[in-house]
Design a protein. Structure first.
Ligand code: SF4
Length: 445
């Protein structure tokens, strides 16, 4: 389950039922605004020095999976031979090398490194070692506060987990999604609960600094009872962190295909109110056990020990992303790479950037992007934000903030904006109110 490749919500819909489209917002403006004709702008920004002191992260996209989940809309491949995977990894390294030599990179060391997908743990031990050795030779990781590796439980064996820890992975992100086998089966997941428990025990033995577990509320065949049981079983595992997404029905997913074939717009997924209730209940269970809420999706056992890559993304960190269809952000410019395997390789082979589309943000759009993304943490401190941008959010977004306060989804006190739990549970919908009018409609994926 990929969590960092920056999907953005589809519409500011106030619909109660789960309609087709993405809900989760992780970037601004929406992808529909990014233009292939602006792709050369990435070359321009790469030739400019960064803002002094600006932090930087690396994202590597591994687009391979054992099986395609029914809700998945990512560009993933289930049929690539090892020679093709080798060629892909080599291309990614060439892309990283190009960025690392740019003026925009400026010799900075990454604050975080993130392997997302797809399923990064689909790679063999040899591929993992060779890839990470080569990456470190291009960009040393010794200053990274977090190195995350996404993993599907059925791909993990003890030897692979030890290799991951040895190469420097600090945060293992386990895409469990659910612990009921009937739900896993109904949603096309490749693993079953038995593999989850095996992988989890082995991961504990490997001593990662942080093990995070991903869940999804509202998968096909979800019920109150099954959800509560999954939450209780997840708590019993005692992970360092848990991330809970609300189920979407994206375009390009098998669920949407089935709906089209059946000639219906009614999705088989629970409505938003029910999903928000499930997430809120799970948050309560984990909070009662001592976990702290750090964003609309995530709780951790110990926030003082946790660096979370999304803090970087939310705060406008430069993100150099490599790999097919991956999303990056460099000094105010959003970019996405070619979204098909062979065109991506061909561009790299030709010595060209594999950029597919780009959006260069205005100052106002950068302001909106950071404000909206930071709100996903639930709390935003006004003074540092105003100092960074020179405009107080109470001035920029006065009307929206007043409306939110009246609705009880946010409050402003002690120099910060605080979302209520109700607000946090629907933040991806709320933040549409901040977007420029031209960015409030249209497809985002
Ligand atoms: S594990 Fe499933 S949801 Fe995640 S990227 Fe692969 S196919 Fe998509």
């Amino acid at each position: 389950m990929s969590t960092i490749s920056l999907p953005v919500a589809t519409t500011p819909s106030q619909e109660k039922s789960t309609k087709v489209g993405n809900y989760f917002v992780a970037n601004y403006p929406p992808f529909g605004a990014w233009k292939p004709e602006d792709a050369p702008l990435l070359g321009d920004v790469l030739s400019r020095r960064p803002v002094p002191g600006a932090p930087l992260g690396i994202y590597a996209h591994i687009p391979f999976c054992r099986k395609r989940c029914h809700f998945c809309y990512f560009r993933v491949y289930t049929d690539k031979k090892s020679s093709e995977i080798r060629a892909y990894l080599a291309a990614m390294l060439r892309e990283l090398d190009h960025y690392a030599k740019s003026d925009a990179f400026a010799g900075r060391k990454p604050l975080f490194v993130y392997f997302g997908g797809g399923t990064p743990s689909y790679l063999s031990i040899e591929q993992i070692r060779s890839l990470t050795d080569s990456m470190k030779a291009i960009v040393p990781w010794d200053a990274a506060q977090e190195v995350t590796f996404e993993a599907e439980p059925g791909t993990l064996q003890p030897g692979k987990l030890l290799a991951l820890r040895d190469v420097g992975v600090t945060r293992l992100s386990l895409g469990i999604e659910h612990l009921d086998d009937a739900v896993l089966e109904a949603n096309g997941r490749a693993h079953r609960s038995r593999e989850v428990y095996g992988a989890y025990e082995a991961a504990k033995s490997a001593n990662f600094s942080h093990i995070n577990v991903d869940l999804i509320a509202g998968m096909l065949e979800e019920t109150d009872e099954r959800w509560r049981e999954t939450v209780a079983k997840t708590l019993a595992l005692a992970p360092d962190g848990v991330t809970i997404y609300q189920m979407e029905v994206p375009y390009n997913s098998a669920i949407y295909q089935r709906m089209k074939e059946a000639g219906t717009l009614n999705s088989p997924v629970a409505d938003w109110e029910t999903k928000r209730r499930w997430v809120a209940e799970a948050f309560q269970v984990f909070e009662a056990a001592g976990y702290t809420v750090v964003s609309a999706t995530t709780l951790v056992k110990d926030p003082s020990k946790t660096y979370f890559y999304r803090q970087g993304l939310f705060n406008g960190t430069d993100l150099f992303s490599v790999g097919v269809s991956s999303f990056g952000y460099v000094n105010g410019v959003n970019y996405q790479n070619q979204h098909d395997f062979q065109p991506y390789l061909d561009r790299i082979d030709a010595g060209k950037l594999p950029t597919h589309r780009v959006y260069s943000l205005s100052d106002e759009e950068r302001y909106i992007r950071e404000f909206a993304l930071q709100l996903k943490a639930g709390t935003l401190h006004l003074a540092p934000f105003a100092a960074k941008f020179g405009v107080d959010p109470r001035v920029q977004f006065g009307e929206v903030l007043s409306a939110w306060t009246r609705r009880g989804v946010a409050s402003i006190q002690d120099g910060r904006i605080q979302l209520s739990r109700e607000g946090l549970m629907q933040v991806d919908r709320l933040i549409f109110d901040l977007f420029l009018p031209q960015h409030r409609v249209g497809r985002f994926s």
